[in-house]
Design a protein around this ligand. Structure first.
Ligand SMILES: [Zn+2]
Length: 105
């Protein structure tokens, strides 16, 4: 009987524990992404964000690629996030939420 109860508890609680752990990690990820958005990049590298254009702080490259974060790096809650990456050197410049579809980079 004890084995049966233990097995049932394990089966019921394991997914719950995994879900709660992933949710807490995802919240931290979301805050980390939000803390590195375009306004953060503009404040940190003001010379690189001028006239609505963004340049790379590492190589001064003017071409920025926008791509969705892979699924394992996306927050579990809320819209999908993208990273803005320098096409020249591959440096990640900042992150943005996908809901701002008309946002310029
Ligand atoms: Zn660069």
């Amino acid at each position: 009987m004890l084995v049966f109860v233990s097995a049932v508890l394990f089966i019921v609680l394991s997914p719950l524990i995994v879900y709660l752990l992933r949710k807490s990690i995802a919240k931290d990820d979301r805050k980390a992404l939000q803390s590195r958005d375009l306004s953060w990049y503009s404040a940190k590298h003001p010379a690189c964000v001028q006239g609505g254009k963004v340049a790379c702080h590492a190589c001064s490259g003017a071409h920025v690629d926008v791509r969705y974060l892979p699924v394992d790096r996306q927050p579990m809650v809320g819209p999908a996030w993208r990273e803005h990456v320098c096409k020249n050197c591959g440096e990640t410049l900042f992150y943005s939420e996908s809901r701002n579809l008309l946002e310029k980079t």
